[in-house]
Design a protein around this ligand. Structure first.
Ligand SMILES: [Zn+2]
Ligand SMILES: [Zn+2]
Length: 310
């Protein structure tokens, strides 16, 4: 007779998840409850939020961001002087983003959270499809995903400022952050600062990642159990990227050696603490911090605009 596996927290035998890196086994109810507790613990460990924050939550409409919003709504109840606003950036990608924006609009109104949708078209005068067609990707030697990420980040900053936000929360997970650190190191980028940890720079809205200690697979499970919609369309501009390679390598490694992602995160961040440097220079056009004279976002916007208005 085999041993019956029981929930570490409540003792029922309906276990739905084995957390291999900690040895805990969880039932559905305890898994959902524990997720909220872990996000709370992450927020207090890194002092990500304060009681008076106006929190702009980046909600793309994907499962990660919808999960984050749902959890932050729960946590925010304990902070009556804080407020939430969801921001969705519409890049203008047919089907893929249309579906995500629809999911976001429905879900956010059900939660009763204030919502602002900002589009590339209204902000920059062009959609991501037009960016791809203008071929700037080639001229700048940047992948469409990289360009999209830079423009999305800018759109989020602009919308967050308009909404009077004091902090921007994004749904980056433990996996996302470790992937980014590793990619930066492999590209030879040594100006590394921790991602998703609150840093106050005058004139800049800090960005936080309340999921920075939560593995992606647990967010997937959380979304699934919470009946959060999953997207059916994938982005048509996705190419097999360096990130995909790193992701599959890290996933395989975590599978073989549970806990690897946590070890990697803390090793990287110990290294950053030693090499931490802030060059404190700002873009000549938009005034956002950058290590260049003109930031990437401004460079891309100017180049695409000049090609579209011919
Ligand atoms: Zn339980
Ligand atoms: Zn700029």
């Amino acid at each position: 007779m085999g041993m019956v596996v029981k929930c570490t927290f409540c003792g029922t035998s309906e276990v739905v998840y084995v957390r291999r890196y900690s040895g805990e086994t969880l039932c559905r109810r305890c898994f959902l409850e524990n997720m909220v507790e872990r996000v709370k613990a992450t927020i207090s460990k890194y002092e990500l939020l304060n009681p008076f924050d106006r929190i702009a939550v980046a909600v793309s409409g994907g499962k990660d961001s919808l999960s984050l919003l749902k959890i932050l709504v729960r946590i925010e109840r304990d902070f009556p002087r804080a407020s939430l606003v969801a921001i969705t950036v519409d890049e203008g990608i047919p089907l893929y983003r249309d579906e995500a924006v629809e999911n976001a609009v429905r879900f956010i109104s059900e939660l009763g959270v204030e919502h602002r949708v900002v589009s590339f078209k209204e902000l920059y005068g062009f959609t991501l499809t037009e960016v791809v067609e203008s071929n700037v990707s080639r001229s700048l030697n940047l992948q469409p995903c990289t360009i999209c990420g830079i423009l999305r980040r800018r759109a989020l900053t602009v919308a967050a400022k308009e909404c009077g936000a004091s902090v921007i929360a994004t749904a980056h997970t433990l996996d996302d952050i470790v992937q980014t650190y590793l990619m930066n190191i492999l590209r030879g980028d040594t100006r590394l600062t921790p991602i998703g940890v609150r840093r106050e720079v005058p004139g800049v809205i800090p960005r936080i990642a309340p999921f920075r200690l939560i593995p992606e697979r647990e967010i997937v499970l959380y979304a699934y159990f919470s009946k959060i919609p999953f997207q059916t369309y994938t982005c048509p501009y996705t190419e097999l990227s360096m990130r995909d390679k790193i992701r599959s390598f890290l996933t395989e490694y975590e599978e073989l050696f549970p806990g690897t992602l946590y070890t990697a995160l803390s090793s990287f961040e110990k290294m950053f603490a030693r090499s931490s440097q802030e060059d404190g220079s700002f873009c000549a056009i938009c005034g956002e911090p950058t290590s260049r004279k003109i930031c990437r976002a401004c460079e891309i916007i100017e180049l695409v605009s000049s090609r579209i208005k011919k």
